[in-house]
Design a protein around this ligand. Structure first.
Ligand code: SF4
Length: 417
């Protein structure tokens, strides 16, 4: 598909002449963050695992030398955020060496080890000593009954709490990642209380995308998403940590809608929760960026070096072994089209919130097979789209998605609008 975008911009990075403020990063030039799936090996067996992780390492994983090349290539974008993810990144014996290498290059580094005994106090200390800025663990419930059932290993919840406590004791800032699905919709307030107790700086809330081991029926509906967005917005005003919704740019729309309501009622505050929250997550230099979407401010590198727009959008634009990372992000058709919101389809194409939302490209792809389709799990129906339906120029939202899901072979009840 040809892209109507302007010609390639000159070689610049986010680091030239000092870092721009987070809200003004040019995602045509460089992503805000790169996540590397260091390995798919993991001792957990999470029900919704994107990576469909397994106990042993893939012999085709990037070698230490290839991983160092990846880090050096990422540094060409500037001193951006780099996350060692997985699987369990601690399954790689060279992880501390790679963190040190990335730190020496000037990258801002975070890691997301699995909640297992492998994340010992000694290893956490080694990671911090090598230059890690933040450690993130997954907690999917406020108690073992939810979390351990989801991760399918008893004791995982307690290891998560232990890792957070030990990291904090060692002076490392901490983050919790939570996958929101039908399994924990009623546990969000209790989870938020737990986040406050464990002293994190950042709570990253993932909205399920039906890829890997996640099934379509595990995804909560658009109205349930909407309810969670409003609860997160309320929490963001008082929580002693910043909150970000991942795979759910519709949260940006809800934030703006709530701010407009509050302004009209004379209750607007100064905090920009889209970029900084209360600023807790800025302390370790990692922070957050406005309006990151798949391939647009974000790049995911698989354990074998494939370049994906996100970990939930399995379309490859190249491989670190054979393609230039920076050129691929800036110039590949896939990444350029994902950044071009003029190309969005369906109700997202006429939505007034398109510049700050754009819908999850990964979820659109998972449900319809087209990464430029409308977000299937958004409760908002733009006024222009309603008028198009009234004029007979567009299908009602439910019919629109039913048609595309059937074509793509997804046996889903329609969730959107
Ligand atoms: S219709 Fe699309 S662009 Fe508009 S708020 Fe929903 S997901 Fe975002």
């Amino acid at each position: 598909m040809p892209s109507p975008r302007s010609p390639r911009k000159p070689e610049r990075t986010h680091g030239d002449g000092g870092d721009p403020p987070w809200g003004s990063l040019d995602f045509d030039l460089a992503p805000f963050l790169v996540i590397w799936e260091t390995t798919q090996a993991c001792d957990l067996a999470c029900k919704h695992c994107r990576a469909e992780a397994r106990p042993d390492r893939d012999p085709d994983e990037l070698t230490t030398a290839e991983a160092k090349k990846l880090l050096a290539d990422v540094r060409r974008f500037g001193p951006i955020v780099f996350v060692f993810s997985g699987g369990d990144c601690l399954k790689r014996p060279d992880i501390v060496e790679l963190v040190r290498y990335g730190h020496d290059l000037g990258l801002r580094m975070a890691a997301t080890p699995a909640t297992t005994p492998l994340a010992s106090r000694e290893t956490i200390a080694d990671l911090k000593g090598a230059g890690l800025a933040r450690l993130a663990v997954s907690l999917d419930g406020s108690h073992p009954g939810i979390h351990d059932a989801f991760r399918q290993v008893d004791g995982s919840f307690q290891h998560g709490l232990r890792i957070l406590r030990e990291a904090r004791d060692l002076g490392l800032s901490t983050q919790v990642n939570t996958v929101i699905g039908r399994h924990n919709l009623d546990d969000i307030d209790a989870l938020a209380d737990l986040m406050s107790e464990v002293g994190i700086v950042f709570w990253e809330v993932f909205f399920l995308v039906p890829v890997g081991r996640a099934r379509p029926e595990d995804v909560a509906g658009a109205e349930a998403f909407e309810d969670v967005f409003h609860r997160l917005y309320e929490l963001s005003k008082t929580a002693p940590f910043d909150i970000k919704a991942t795979a759910a740019p519709q949260y940006n729309r809800v934030v703006v809608q709530r701010k407009v309501e509050e302004r009209r009622a004379g209750r607007a505050g100064d905090t920009d929760v889209l970029t900084e929250g209360a600023g807790y997550s800025m302390a370790d230099g990692i922070g957050r960026a406005r309006n990151v979407n798949d391939g647009d401010g974000f790049l995911f590198v698989s354990h074998t070096g494939e370049f994906f727009p996100s970990g939930f959008l399995p379309l490859s634009a190249g491989n670190v072994r054979s393609h230039d990372l920076v050129e691929t992000y800036r110039d590949s058709t896939l990444f350029r089209e994902l950044r071009d919101r003029e190309l969005l389809k369906g109700k997202c194409s006429v939505c007034e919130y398109r510049p700050l939302c754009g819908g999850s490209r990964a979820r659109a792809y998972a449900v319809t097979g087209d990464p430029l389709e409308a977000e299937p799990y958004c409760a908002h129906v733009p006024l222009r789209y309603r008028r198009m339906v009234e004029a007979g120029e567009a299908l009602p939202v439910s019919e629109y998605f039913r048609e595309r899901m059937l074509k793509h072979g997804v046996p889903l009840p329609v969730q959107s609008g």
